[in-house]
Design a protein around this ligand. Sequence first.
Ligand code: HEC
Length: 164
Amino acid sequence: MSNDHGNLIKTPKQLIIVSTLALVVPVGIAILGAQLVTGNKRVDPAEAKRSVEARIKPVGELVKNEGTPPPAAPVAVAAAAPAKAKSGEEVYQTACTACHGAGIAGAPKTGDKTAWAPRVAQGVATLYEHAIKGFKAMPAKGGQTALSDAEVKAAVDYQVAKVK
Ligand code: HEC
């Protein structure tokens, strides 16, 4: 029964070595393979801490700000204001000419010096106030409440200039 054709394992010692290798080699390859995949991703612990802190940090911070003036209010005001204030003539054409163009409802007609003379004599501050806040049949801001005070004043200046 001697059958040693091509049989490399001839002694029990060889059998043990071969079986051990058969077990150890694949496991070793698996470990090496795993290290190859994950090994490069090892991060420096300090870096890892920073990156975790960056990810879990709160979205906002309450800053107590004593002594320093509040930041840049004018920027917010500028952002909220309309793109460009209308000129006196533009405001007049959109908001005032309906009554003042033809002298409707007792409105002093634009360009009518006689009608405007006593009104201008009150002083421009009064005219501004009456135009902004309203005066008898004259509605506040000509009814265009979206106009700024400055725009209404510009329209008054425009009317006053027409009777000079
Ligand atoms: C709905 C009609 C109407 C519109 C629109 C109107 N007004 Fe008048 N306004 C009047 C009338 C009426 C008077 C006269 C009030 C009075 O003295 O009895 C008047 C008077 C005035 C006076 C004189 C006030 C005074 O003290 O004598 C000014 C200034 C004036 N308006 C400005 C304006 C401006 C600026 C606008 C546009 C933003 C405007 N008005 C839009 C009706 C109007």
